[in-house]
Design a protein around this ligand. Structure first.
Ligand code: SF4
Length: 374
């Protein structure tokens, strides 16, 4: 399954961030936790017991882990901390989408979104506070990159979101499409995916996890070598001139390089790469774009997600009309390319990436009263 062992491959995370006196327990890989319990004079199986408490039962204190020896709990509590991101603000849309603004230990804020649809409940997860990629159609890009999230902060979003589920609801799918470029933070994303998919962790099938990238080619190849997750590529343009403008990473990895790398990726049977394409009126939504897209993706097992643009304050684009999106989709279908239209979810709660952060920051500045609590 994996070309490398995620338990040993990734850099150790058991070191405190500058704002924490003790390292975060949720950052530890299984191997690191085993070493820590061994240092406490306990056998390695205790590490799996602790992981089960963290990821299967959602424990957020050592006191809750009542089947561990008291001495081990006390020693670990003196050495580590367990932090769950605090929900600073939560909003619920009329379509059931719930957007959470989470406060991290150092005051940084990130977004996670719970999206129910049919029998699925998907969690959209952030990988960074802000983002350095500078995509022109994205509200998060306006923040710039504030910092990478730790593995524990990535996973903590799942723990926090579980507490906002409706009775009987369970998270079924996970998409790394929140704030940040996940593959720019691969040294933390890797351990987080390991904990999500391992039997000792959350036990989530990698088929239910999608990692989205704007096109960091070398890390894309590594991700699929390490994990059997789904890959989504944020494409958004069919010419280098347009993509250079709206997704500046294209200047580093131009379309030919990106598409060539996608064509070479070792996909498992019946897997396809999803190409995300946000429909911007008069920018990338012409019939000629649709025809180029068909030709471009012909060598790849691909499907296309056409995304209705969710405008935000100060955005320099307008959404394509519904008729235009359907016309674009029809050309893709004629070219035997599977294409779905992704409706904008949670429009009434600013659910597009980075919007809620911006709105709450503005509200905080206007009222000087900080965030409202749900
Ligand atoms: S679209 Fe994604 S990669 Fe681009 S700036 Fe926004 S968060 Fe970053």
């Amino acid at each position: 399954m994996t070309a490398v062992n995620p338990e040993t491959e990734f850099a150790p995370m058991a070191r405190p961030s500058p704002h924490q006196a003790r390292p975060e327990l949720r950052d530890l890989t299984l191997a690191e936790l085993e070493a820590a319990v061994n240092q406490c004079g306990e056998r390695s199986f205790r590490a799996r017991q602790i992981m089960a408490w963290l990821w299967k039962r959602g424990a957020d204190s050592f006191a809750a882990m009542h089947d561990l020896p008291a001495a081990l709990r006390a020693t670990l509590a003196a050495r580590f901390t367990i932090g769950t991101p605090e929900v600073a603000y939560a909003a619920r849309a009329t379509d059931g989408t719930r957007k959470l603004l989470l406060a991290l230990a150092d005051g940084e804020r990130i977004e996670s979104v719970i999206i129910p649809a049919g029998d699925r409940v998907t969690l959209c997860v952030s990988s960074q506070a802000g983002c350095a990629m500078g995509c022109e159609f994205c509200a998060t890009a306006r923040m710039g990159l504030r910092r990478n999230l730790g593995a524990g902060e990535i996973l903590g979003q799942i723990v926090a979101a579980r507490r906002y589920l409706d009775p009987g609801e369970t998270l079924t799918n996970y998409v790394f499409m929140g704030m940040g470029e996940p593959l720019a933070n691969y040294s933390r994303l890797g351990p987080a995916l390991a904990a999500m998919t391992a039997a000792w962790g959350m036990g989530v099938s990698p088929r239910r996890i999608t990692v989205s990238t704007v096109g960091l080619v070398p890390a894309m190849e590594r991700l699929l070598a390490d994990f059997e997750v789904n890959l989504a590529v944020s494409l958004h343009a069919t010419t280098d001139a347009v993509r250079d403008r709206i997704a500046p990473i294209n200047r580093r990895f131009p379309l030919a390089e990106l598409i060539g790398a996608c064509a070479r990726l070792p996909l498992k049977r019946r897997r396809r790469i999803t190409f995300e394409y946000v429909m911007l009126a008069g920018v990338n939504d012409g019939d000629d774009d649709a025809r180029r897209l068909v030709r471009m993706l012909a060598p790849i097992r691909a499907k296309v997600n056409l995304i209705m643009f969710n405008p935000f304050a100060g955005a320099s684009f307008a959404p394509s009309s519904r008729a235009r999106v359907e016309g674009f989709q029809a050309i893709l279908h004629q070219g035997n390319l599977t294409a779905t239209i992704r409706e904008s979810r949670g429009r009434d709660i600013a659910a597009a990436c980075g919007q809620l952060y911006a709105e709450r920051a503005e509200a905080g500045a206007a009222t000087n009263s900080g965030s409202a609590r749900a």
